[in-house]
Design a protein around this ligand. Structure first.
Ligand code: GLA
Length: 363
């Protein structure tokens, strides 16, 4: 029996910059102190046996015959396939998956699963894959194998996150800048506990709308359009596509403005940009839902909240809130109570301590 090794990759919260990554734009995520872990032991054959403490049963597949099955283990299969296609020959393994990233809550439990699995399978086979390549292979597993045409944000932050910091990522050049959060502020995540079924299909549809807008402007991606050009030349776009485009253009500008405001210690301005981002996602990009809108509204009624917005793909899941650290407990209490009263749903509320990216956990 070969030794068991343990690998870890975090979930994430995005402070600002939503639906911009697949447009070659800017995002501003931080890794959560919640992660997926994979305990992995080598096998002498080419079989992979996967057990998850979050799902019943054991899944088994052969590295020489990887086929999509439509279940959660597709993330594992997809990653194994992409590693092999990239020339990293793998060995069979027994994997035990566990974790505390809430599933399907827009906190990137899938990227955490992909990246921790990719790190486990590649390390077990003796490969050291550069982090950027690892992130890109995991993204490809999700878009080509699972079928959600996601951007690079979630896998990138799971690979490159730094403790105590958020990263401004340029999703075209794949360069990033780490920004520390001032100690008097904290990130509060409010989980609406709802997930609307639209997620996958609507996500891909948004992406198509953005591609249609980019092709109208004759640019490779909407990253190449600024507000001035948008206002000048967008008149010929049909209304829906024009609004999708306006979201992306204004959101990219907001990320860069948010980075500046944080560097200048201006939490008010950062919060204002978050609120604008939410309105744009709700009205122009149409990926919010009543529960997310309510959660934002309730937060903004509290003393000590600078800003609130939905985070992640949307249609349910979580909001992210920039709050005064010393008022966090009272804010949490109040939002939970009001949300419960208005929806009869008990929300979950977490504080995010920005954590490091994926790594092997050494005993
Ligand atoms: C999901 C995707 C990301 C990104 C966000 C929206 O989390 O996986 O690539 O597009 O939605 O910002």
């Amino acid at each position: 029996m070969s030794a068991v090794r343990k690998f870890r990759a975090p979930g994430r919260v995005n402070l600002i910059g939503e639906h911009t990554d697949y447009n070659g734009g800017f995002v501003f995520p931080a890794a959560l102190d919640r992660a997926t872990t994979v305990c992995a032991a080598q096998r002498p054959d080419r079989k992979v046996l996967v057990r998850s403490l979050q799902y019943p049963g054991t899944v088994e597949f052969d590295l020489d015959h990887i086929v999509r099955q439509g279940d959660w283990a597709d993330y594992v299969r997809g990653v194994a396939l992409q590693l092999e296609l990239a020339g990293y020959r793998l060995q069979g393994a027994n994997l035990e998956i566990d974790g505390d990233v809430p599933l399907g809550a827009g906190l990137s439990s899938s990227a955490a699963l992909e990246v921790s699995t990719a790190l486990a399978l590649s390390s077990l086979a003796g490969h050291r894959i550069p982090r950027q390549e690892l992130a890109l292979l995991c993204q490809r597993a999700e878009s080509e194998f699972v079928g959600l045409r996601c951007g690079i944000m979630d896998q990138y932050i799971a690979c490159f996150a730094q403790e105590g910091k958020a990263l401004v990522i340029d999703c075209r050049s794949l360069e990033s800048r780490a920004v520390a959060l001032p100690p008097q502020l904290c990130l509060m995540i409010c989980n609406t506990m709802v997930r609307h079924e639209l997620t996958g299909s609507e996500y891909n549809r948004r992406r198509e709308d953005c591609e249609a807008a980019a092709s109208y402007f004759g640019v490779p991606a909407l990253r190449d359009i600024d507000l001035k050009n948008f206002e000048r030349y967008s008149g010929g776009l049909e209304d829906r596509i024009r609004r999708r485009c306006r979201h992306v253009v204004t959101e990219n500008a907001r990320v860069l403005a948010a980075e500046k405001s944080l560097a200048a210690g201006d939490a008010q301005e950062f919060g204002r940009l978050m609120v604008e981002s939410h309105a744009s996602l709700r009205d122009d990009f149409e990926v919010s839902c009543p529960e997310l809108d309510l959660m934002v509204e309730l937060a903004l009624e509290c003393q000590g909240v600078y800003g609130a917005r939905m985070t992640g793909g949307g249609f349910g899941g979580c909001t992210v809130n920039l709050v005064e650290a010393h008022q966090a407990a009272a804010i949490r209490e109040r939002i939970a109570q009001q949300y419960r009263q208005r929806t009869a749903i008990q929300p979950e509320i977490y504080l995010c301590l920005p954590s490091a990216g994926c790594h092997e956990v050494l005993a």
